[in-house]
Design a protein around this ligand. Structure first.
Ligand SMILES: *Cc1c(COP(=O)(O)O)cnc(C)c1O
Length: 394
């Protein structure tokens, strides 16, 4: 195989070398348990505090408001289940959207089926953006929580989070956002956006896998999710993942300080690829908002093409991409996000997501588009549907 071209950074990212370097001592030399009292363990405790500070700084939060978890899915589960438990005497209604990650959607289904919650799943417009008037209309006296993702993992659309936070605050409703894709990709300030809870994950920002955090604003009455020891202010028991927290802190500092220049570079490559794909390949559509979009996200649908075949043929050239989210590929249902923006099943099936990193080059981008052109033409040449379509439109 030739050199790999990795365009699946929304699924996971490479752990940055400086992140790995920072973590290593906490496996082999400084392995003390942060809860122990001797000086040696104090080094681990200091490292955890530093990681917490590095992350809090990116959000404009206090370090006591950062609670480490085992990743984005756990943070999402915790926010929804524990907020529901803590606030259900006030009401049982939660508002979310149809385009959330499954960590939110499946948790909502559980709360609905097993715990008596009522859930409103908001529609989005054709660009994948929540409609604020519909959000306001969905609010009832029973509404205790609004959970809307900051940016979508499939189509990259960025939600009007400030406005949603303002609406939630005006109605005295808690506001949670799944910011796994947005954290360190776009500027976030929890106070400016009135965010009460926010989920993030290490491995999406060139940090390690298996570490995440939930930001919980001071004063939010959320219960413990994992019972046991007194770690994380008694709200999430279990010996801290010290190397993971150290790596996460370094990854967050690194990614936030390079955010602006990285975004500029990625947007240039992203828009170049989108421009070439949509002008050089016929019967193609860009999914997601053209402007309110993550700097590294490209999502396109090709008519008369199967996304899975496309992925396999790209893989033959060492190009790693995705047809939906990693969690849903392997199932034949089209992505719930693409259906929510109104794509017909057959178009949604021909979708391709490519997500860039700061290492992606213009040469890789052009090579990928060149191969894509050949592959799409080849797959269409074997499609009876395409043949019929061309005959009819002659
Ligand atoms: C990846 C992802 C998650 C899950 O995070 P994990 O750390 O893999 O559990 C949740 N939400 C979104 C939007 C994601 O992209």
């Amino acid at each position: 195989m030739e050199k790999m071209i990795y365009l699946d950074n929304a699924a996971t990212t490479k752990t940055a070398p400086e992140v790995v370097q920072a973590m290593l001592p906490y496996f082999s030399e400084l392995y003390g348990n942060p809860s122990s009292i001797y000086d040696f363990a104090g080094k681990s405790k200091e490292a955890v505090t530093k990681g917490r500070e590095q992350i809090a700084q990116v959000l404009g939060a206090k370090k006591e408001e950062i609670y480490f978890t085992a990743g984005g899915s756990e943070s999402d589960n915790w926010a929804l289940k524990a907020a529901f438990e803590a606030y259900k005497s006030k009401g049982n209604h939660i508002i979310t959207t149809k385009i959330e990650h499954h960590a939110i959607l499946h948790t909502c289904e559980y709360l609905e089926k097993e715990r008596g919650a009522k859930i409103t799943y908001l529609d989005v417009d054709e660009n994948g953006i929540v409609k604020l008037d519909e959000l306001e209309k969905a609010i009832t006296p029973e509404t205790i929580l609004i959970s809307v993702m900051f940016a979508n993992n499939e189509i990259g659309s960025i939600q009007p989070i400030k406005e949603i936070g303002r609406i939630a605050r005006e109605h005295g409703i808690l506001f949670h956002t799944d910011a796994v894709q947005a954290f360190c990709q776009v500027p976030i300030n929890v106070d400016e956006c009135n965010i009460d809870m926010l989920s993030s994950s290490g491995h999406k920002i060139n940090g390690p896998k298996g570490i995440g955090f939930l930001y919980i604003r001071k004063g939010v009455k959320i219960r413990s999710f994992v019972h046991g020891g007194a770690q994380e202010r008694k709200r999430r028991a279990g010996t801290e993942n010290v190397p993971g927290i150290v790596g996460y802190g370094v990854a967050a500092s690194r990614a936030s300080s390079s955010m602006k220049e990285r975004a500029e570079k990625e947007i240039a490559i992203r828009d170049h690829m989108i421009q070439r794909i949509t002008s050089e390949i016929p019967y193609v559509k860009l999914n997601g908002d053209p402007v309110k979009r993550l700097p590294n996200n490209i999502n396109v649908s090709f008519q008369f093409v199967e996304g899975e075949s496309l992925l396999l043929m790209l893989d033959n050239y060492g190009i790693c991409a995705s047809s939906g989210s990693a969690c849903t590929s392997g199932s034949l249902d089209p992505s719930h996000v693409l259906l929510a923006i109104g794509l017909p099943h057959e178009i949604a099936h021909g979708s391709l997501r490519m997500t860039l990193s700061d290492e992606t080059t213009m040469e890789e981008a052009d090579y990928t588009v060149d191969r894509l052109k050949e592959i799409v033409a080849h797959l269409r040449s074997m499609s009876p549907l395409y043949e019929d379509f061309i005959k009819k439109n002659k």
